[in-house]
Design a protein around this ligand. Structure first.
Ligand code: AP5
Length: 222
């Protein structure tokens, strides 16, 4: 499985990537998580990317492309969550994959209106113990997760609006890039989480690598 998850902030990319990774064994690569880990490490790079992350801006392409390259190269099965975020990043990914003699199975666009994602982001919580993503009412943490549960700094109302504006301006054109390559599959992300996961696993884009061989992009690992 080599897929890209696109979609506005709060559409459920991280939630679905965690589910797909645990069901299929593919590696979940979240550029947002890579950025937050770099910040938490206190490195020089972390100090630089914190400025962008905390203000709801995109980290410069050369930094994020470098992070993705080093994480992608050693692995053959992955789910990319949060990358590419603009057309230059999509072009860089194409170059990376063609150098490796590889390609994408599908690009999944999770579709949800701003009104839905704003409510989701406002109620989102992360477990520091397990890294799992929850929502105070849609998807509360189970008793087995000890927490603590934190709210992201960029999930404050002013930051949410800025990130959504950036999504519409910079990331939505990425859909046309992949539609032209016959890799794009649009999925209604307002459905319940299980239905979204099933729709992703059943996706079969015309131009994907597995479209030439198997019936769908994914299966549950035994
Ligand atoms: P990142 O961490 O990628 O944040 P994001 O794109 O803003 O995406 P989110 O994590 O907010 O949303 P999601 O779609 O994953 O939703 P989730 O599954 O959590 O990026 C953070 C920052 O890093 C960026 O602002 C930027 O600075 C930098 N960065 C990252 N990548 C970059 C790049 N490529 N280039 C440059 N800079 C980059 O779900 C949200 C909530 O909804 C949860 O509470 C969940 O429980 C709930 N939920 C999910 N699905 C459903 C459902 N079906 N029904 C009901 N509730 C649901």
């Amino acid at each position: 499985m080599r897929i890209v998850l696109l979609g506005p902030q709060g559409a459920g990319k991280g939630t679905q990537a965690q589910r797909l990774a645990s069901q299929t064994g593919a590696l979940h690569i979240s550029t947002g998580e890579l950025v937050r880990e770099e910040i938490a490490s206190g490195s020089r790079l972390g100090v630089i990317v914190k400025e962008y992350n905390d203000q709801g801006y995109l980290v410069p392409d050369e930094i994020i492309i470098g992070m993705v390259t080093s994480h992608l190269e050693p692995h053959s099965h992955w789910i990319l969550d949060g990358f590419p975020r603009n057309v230059p990043q999509a072009e860089a990914l194409s170059v990376m994959l063609s150098r490796a003699g590889s390609g994408l199975d599908a690009v999944i666009a999770l579709e949800a209106p701003d009104s839905v994602v704003i409510e989701r982001l406002a109620g989102r919580r992360h477990s520091l113990a397990t890294g799992k993503i929850y929502h105070v009412s849609n998807n509360p943490a189970p008793a087995s997760d000890p927490g603590p549960f934190i709210q992201r700094d960029d999930d404050l109302p002013a930051m949410i609006q800025r990130r959504l504006d950036l999504y519409h301006r910079e990331t939505e054109p990425v859909k046309s890039y992949y539609a032209a390559a016959h890799l794009l599959v649009e999925i209604d992300a307002c459905q319940p989480m299980d239905a979204v996961t099933a729709a992703i696993l059943a996706a079969r884009p015309a131009g994907g690598l597995t479209a030439r061989g198997t019936a769908s992009i994914g299966h549950v690992a035994r």
